[in-house]
Design a protein around this ligand. Structure first.
Ligand code: MG
Length: 461
């Protein structure tokens, strides 16, 4: 095991099945390690609506207090609210108890830095080092941290979002909208926010319930059948679906059609660039060509990042970029906070509809159409780098991006992305083209090419 490979943290915090991987003992010791890293500090603590969240929050609070942290408990809150409040109150960091979109039996800890963004990989490794080498520093009785509260945090967060959009124009549109809170913490913010923005609001799955009785917390089209039907049948203008911790928002148009995050991001980017000409748009390399098409058409610059929301946030901060987005419905708006935020995304989408004075389906129809295929291919761990190098060598004279795996464009703007999985002996393959058949063909062609390279490399090694 090298010092550079993580054992507990995944792409977005530490996750696991409650009382299997995520036992009380583990969460307490991990929280002591987190507290040891942050030292004498002011830490915010929030949690989502999962059945296990209050239990794990108590453990996290105790662990950090024993290491000398003052812990401000915000209670039930969306992840982006905790991130916003950490920065707005100049705290040193935060822990959010959530497993985001994972099934009900999961939970996790997201560790937030003082700027509101997930801690960088170096700090994750430091926490793991403290944990595994038992370097936790617990304080004496007279030097423990305190348990404190943070009043009106959610109200402050909601106000901050409203300030970033054109409240008057949105209110004048008198939208009718349906909010699907996934039985999660999004229901604490988005319905109230939309009502304050002059919308008539209908809610579904808005009772916080960690058994997720209405639908699973991941806002995939397959899970949004109820929302789509209700939006259409009551003649609403918009449907909004969050994931379990409300950092993502997927939108449904007035015809009851759910649109994947790339398309809503494209509309928000288009609107943003009209008012902010020449600005940069930040997105992971796995995003649709649509984002680049719209960005360039509107005179913006596109910046690709590695896949994973912390990379988008950190790239935005280092470049001073104001808008970022992901295909899964994550919108990052730096004038508010450069992390993905489902309520902020909703306010921006209402603004797009209000300013353009068009139905969402009409706005979506104008966007270029692309089709995606996702696939995977086994590859021995020791060959992963060699295979990528070989693919790059064979891709002469074409546009290539190697920020995360390898992305290769064809002249017609169709593309393939080949990324080694960080945890499994596989490559993830993403293909996009103007038709489903072309995308399939592209994925098949590269799968064959990779298999041949693996075979040749295997023989040589
Ligand atoms: Mg989430």
């Amino acid at each position: 095991m090298t010092a550079t490979s993580k054992r507990l943290f995944g792409t977005n915090g530490v996750r696991g099945i409650v009382n299997k991987e995520l036992t009380p003992e583990f969460v307490l010791q991990l929280s002591e390690a987190i507290g040891t890293l942050f030292g004498r500090s002011k830490m915010l603590l929030g949690w989502d609506g999962r059945t296990s969240s209050p239990m794990l929050a108590n453990l996290a609070s105790s662990g950090m207090i024993s290491a000398g942290c003052n812990v401000y408990e915000a209670g039930l809150a969306p992840t982006p609210a905790i991130q916003y409040l950490t920065k707005a109150h100049s705290l040193n960091g935060a822990v959010m108890i959530t497993a985001s979109h994972n099934p009900p039996e999961y939970n996790g800890l997201k560790v937030i830095d003082l700027d509101g963004v997930e801690i960088p990989p170096e700090k994750e490794l430091l926490i793991e080092k403290i944990y595994f080498k038992k370097q936790t520093v617990l304080r004496d009785w007279n030097a423990l941290g305190e348990k404190l509260s943070i009043p009106d945090g959610i109200d402050d967060y909601r106000e901050a979002i409203k300030e970033k959009v054109d409240e008057k124009t949105i209110s004048e549109s008198k939208f009718k909208i349906v909010v699907d809170g996934a039985s999660g913490v999004g229901s604490l913010v988005t319905p109230y926010l939309c009502r304050e923005l002059g919308c008539q609001v209908i809610t579904i799955n808005s009772n916080i319930d960690g058994t997720f009785p209405g639908r699973l917390p991941e806002p995939t089209p397959a899970n949004l059948g109820d929302l789509c039907r209700i939006v259409k049948s009551i003649g609403a203008d918009l449907g909004v679906a969050h994931d379990g911790d409300a950092d993502r928002a997927i939108f449904v148009d007035e015809k009851g059609q759910a649109h994947w995050g790339d398309r809503s991001f494209a509309l928000i980017a288009e609107d943003f660039l009209k008012n902010n000409p020449g600005e940069e748009i930040v997105t992971p390399v796995s995003s649709s060509q649509l984002i680049e098409d719209i960005t360039l058409r509107c005179g913006g610059k596109l910046v690709w990042t590695r896949v994973g929301s912390p990379y988008v946030s950190r790239t935005m901060i280092s470049r001073g970029a104001k808008l970022g987005g992901e295909e899964n419905g994550g919108i990052f708006y730096a004038p508010h906070i450069p992390v993905r935020d489902g309520a902020m995304a909703t306010a921006l989408m209402l603004q797009v509809m209000a300013i353009n004075k068009k139905k969402l389906s009409e706005l979506m129809e104008r966007l270029p159409r692309y089709f995606n295929v996702k696939d995977k291919l086994p590859c021995p761990k020791k060959l992963k780098t060699r295979v990528l190098k070989q693919i790059e060598a064979e891709a002469k004279g074409v546009r290539v991006e190697t920020i995360d795996g390898i992305k290769i464009w064809n002249e017609d703007k169709s593309w393939i992305l080949i990324r080694p999985s960080g945890t499994e002996p596989i490559y993830r393959i993403f293909a996009e083209a103007k038709s489903e058949e072309e995308a399939q063909a592209l994925a098949s062609r590269y799968k064959t090419q990779i298999s041949k390279i693996i075979e040749r490399s295997g023989r040589r090694s």
